[in-house]
Ligand binder design. Structure first.
Ligand code: NAP
Length: 280
């Protein structure tokens, strides 16, 4: 399997990226990740870590063009230009001239206007790809039907307990790349790593349970953004390209699906109501 996927606008994006939400030491961890071969860094205005990540990227000495940097604009926009300002602010904090991808973080508030700000930045070359997050297929189809550019990526919670087969089919139909956030269930699914099937497959392939979970997504053509504070696990989470799960094991892993998201449930009104109350 190639380590990069070609997006619908021809841009290449690494299949594995570093998740950075609430990292203990964003600066140190991003530098280590780059040394270990990570080339995609996933952040957001809302993570409040862009300056630290920018310093870590500088520390690493990597050439800008060798990295794929994603950030996201938050739903505190209310008028044209607000999302543009947020994205430009991210550039400044990260210390870069352009973003490889800028995403609409949640389909809330006037995200159509925000999306058009991103289209403008895309035309100007300030962002190389436009992404959305937490878009259910119905919202995605609406958005891409009434705008000049369709998004390249939809980032949505996906893991062995929340496999999103139906959604994936729809994203695929519109050639929008599916990127999984919380690919390990955000560390919030207590019994996930104790699952006997994962133990059995880990033993069979000589890999860890987490690697089985991550490889399962890669083989479904889903990109992943695991996050860890540990150096050992940083290595583990990108060491996924030297084995292949057999078809029968892919089938068996399907049985772990409970269709349960732990963080992002854009289809759940109660969750959306709470997100608006807490984060607006
Ligand atoms: N667009 C959105 O709305 C959205 C929402 C949520 C997240 N995201 C993005 O997606 C990224 C990943 O999602 P996430 O941070 O929610 O969680 P995640 O990557 O699914 O899980 C992180 C948890 O798994 C543990 N872990 C990591 N590697 C492991 C391994 N090899 N073995 C066992 N446990 C392991 C980590 O603990 P240790 O640190 O102790 O290793 C941590 O508790 C985020 O950081 C962020 O960049 C986007």
């Amino acid at each position: 399997m190639d380590r990069y996927v070609k997006l619908n606008n021809g841009v290449f994006m690494p299949r594995v990226g570093l998740g950075t939400y609430r990292l203990n030491d964003p600066r140190g961890q991003v530098r280590k990740a780059i040394e270990l071969g990570y080339r995609l860094i996933d952040t957001a205005l809302d993570y409040d870590n862009e300056e630290q990540l920018g310093l870590g990227i500088k520390d690493s000495g990597i050439a800008r063009e060798d990295l794929f940097i994603t950030s996201k604009v938050w739903f505190r926009w209310s008028k044209p230009g607000d999302a543009r300002k947020m994205a430009l602010d991210s550039l400044k904090k990260l210390g870069v001239d352009y973003l490889d991808m800028c995403m609409i973080h949640w389909p809330l508030n006037d995200y159509y206007t925000a999306y058009r700000d991103l289209e403008e930045l895309y035309r100007e070359g300030k962002i190389r790809a436009i992404g959305v997050c937490n878009f259910t297929p119905d919202r995605l189809i609406d958005l891409l039907s009434f705008n000049e550019f369709k998004p390249q990526v939809n980032q949505i919670e996906t893991h062995v307990r929340c496999q999103r087969w139906t959604e994936h089919e729809w994203f695929d139909r519109y050639d929008v790349t599916h990127q999984a956030y919380s690919p390990l269930g955000a560390g919030r699914i207590d019994d996930l790593m104790e699952d006997p099937l994962l133990g059995e497959l880990a033993q069979k392939y000589g890999k860890t349970r987490a690697q089985i979970c991550l490889r399962f997504l890669l083989q479904r053509d889903i990109c992943i953004l695991p996050r860890t504070n540990s150096e050992e696990r940083l290595k583990e989470n990108i060491d996924l390209f030297d084995f292949k799960l057999e078809e029968q094991d892919m089938e068996a892993l399907k049985t772990l699906d409970r269709k349960e998201a732990v963080i992002g449930r854009p289809e759940d009104p109660a969750k959306v109501k709470r997100a608006i109350e807490v984060y607006r």
